[in-house]
Design a binder for this molecule. Structure first.
Ligand code: HAM
Length: 453
């Protein structure tokens, strides 16, 4: 009983303390109704583009075995070494929240026989998790749109992916803010040779390496080239270049990629330092970057990963893909919108009602929704004073309000009020013809270009 008493007491205490509010986990953001239209527009465009390019959607679990990410992203990458949300499940399996989508996509592709002896184009969208230090453009839960192509080992395919991504920027009106950087990592063999040469060079200058690089010298020396530490830059600049170690096939692949991008008039710069933070890449790697968002300016990134499918137990299958960070894209869209004049009002109706009018307003709303399905209909339904209802109507996106008080309810009428136009008269109409009145009112409004979307 003593133990039981203690439990009861501690529940009492925690109940007493429970009045302080609970906040979201650090780095995991809510996306509020205000922001949803931007997200929904972006998501709709991405879905549409993916389907226009012949991709099929795949929905993957958010949790996978930790081993999957360790083996694909790489044991000695930042992501696997320090950024995964990993825990032991009740059956003692080590599980991790997915830090990216490629590994799960390949796992599912092998598991369901989607990759064998065929060309497969897949896309996915959803939350990813990395325990990084939160800052502008970097959160611990973020969202990616990703595409992966399996079964084609041709630089022209790499170029098509890049072109698709480029075209998404164009459709979003963002291309003038975004730059494409490309590089090649060569084949596994040439990279092994290069790695040896790089390690030999770095060991000659071991005293000048910072702590991070000392560690990486053994585990992941190529990532040293990625170091942002200013003290390391001259050392990095003088390091041997991977491009001098490329075999003929990789050289041709890269030339072919460049040639195709030129033919498609897609501008790019070659960044020989671009090595990416995930181990599975070979040959083509690329990033679309902007300077408009501060330090976290990479909007999307990807490349070829011919070895991964076989490495995860499937048949030898060439593959290429990329993923886009949606928070960063939304942020950039906001930046861009801030430079433009305010958005126009939407075709929406707000129903203001009091007393017996409240029920009438709901019936009218139902008729409007049935007959004019494209129009947003917002009912107030509070039966509060007219003043506070009109305040909400003004704050909404609605261009017009329909008003029904007790008198109008009695007479089966409503008042039509234009919310965005000064001095527009308020007019009374019979309830039976609400749909045509609203249609006409919104049509009239559109002549003043308030409705143009
Ligand atoms: P990644 O470069 O690790 O590549 O991530 C892709 C994009 O996700 C980044 O360019 C960035 O926009 C966004 N992102 C990454 N971490 C964060 C974060 N903490 N907060 C906000 N956004 C973030 C991959 O994930 C590969 N799976 C891409 C790929 C697909 N390669 C081949 N296929």
């Amino acid at each position: 009983t003593n133990g039981r008493q203690k439990t009861i007491m501690s529940t009492e205490i925690s109940r007493q303390q429970s009045h302080s509010s609970i906040q979201a986990v650090r780095g995991m953001n809510d996306i509020l109704p205000d922001e949803i239209p931007e997200w929904a527009r972006l998501e709709a465009l991405l879905r549409h583009m993916a389907s226009l390019y012949g991709y099929g959607e795949i929905r993957l679990p958010i949790l996978e075995k930790t081993e999957l990410f360790a083996r694909s992203v790489g044991h000695h990458t930042d992501i696997v070494e320090k950024e995964m949300f990993t825990f032991i499940a009740r059956n003692e399996d080590s599980l991790s929240l997915r830090p990216e989508g490629t590994a799960g996509c390949v796992r599912a592709g092998i598991e369901h026989g989607l990759l064998y002896n065929q060309i497969q184009r897949l896309w996915y969208m959803g939350p990813m998790f990395r325990h990084e230090r939160p800052q502008r453009g970097r959160t611990r839960q973020f969202h990616q749109f990703g595409v992966e192509v399996f079964g084609v080992n041709n630089a022209v395919m790499d170029a098509e992916l890049i072109a698709m991504n480029h075209s998404i920027w164009q459709q979003l009106g963002l291309s003038d803010l975004i730059e494409l950087q490309i590089n090649t990592l060569g084949s596994l063999q040439s990279r092994t040779q290069y790695r040896e040469a790089l390690v030999t060079y770095l060991k000659q200058h071991q005293a000048d390496l910072d702590e991070d690089s000392q560690r990486r010298l053994e585990t992941n020396p190529l990532r040293i080239l990625d170091s942002k530490n200013p003290a390391m830059q001259s050392l990095i600049e003088k390091a041997p270049s991977l491009h001098d170690f490329l075999d003929k096939e990789s050289q041709d692949h890269f030339l072919n990629l460049r040639h195709t991008l030129d033919k498609l008039s897609i501008p790019y710069t070659i960044n020989t330092r671009l090595v990416r933070g995930l181990d599975y890449y070979c040959d083509t790697v690329f990033e679309f970057v902007t300077t408009a968002l501060g330090a976290q300016g990479t909007l999307s990134a990807g490349g070829r990963y011919n070895g991964l499918v076989a490495y995860l137990g499937g048949n030898d299958t060439p593959a290429v893909g990329f993923a886009m960070g949606l928070e960063r894209v939304v942020e950039l869209l906001k930046e861009k919108a801030a430079q433009k004049p305010a958005a126009d009002t939407k075709p929406a109706v707000y129903l203001v009602a009091t007393g017996r009018g409240v029920m009438h307003s709901l019936i009218l709303a139902q008729q409007l929704r049935q007959h004019l399905p494209e129009i947003t209909v917002i009912t107030d339904c509070t039966d509060a004073g007219f003043k506070s209802q009109f305040k909400r109507a003004d704050k909404s996106t609605a261009a017009i309000a329909l008003v029904i008080g007790d008198t109008e309810a009695q007479e089966n009428t409503f008042l039509l009020k234009f919310l965005r136009e000064q001095d527009a008269p308020q007019t009374a109409h019979p309830q039976e013809i609400v749909c045509s009145v609203v249609e006409k009112a919104l049509g009239l409004v559109s002549k003043h270009s308030i409705l143009s979307r």
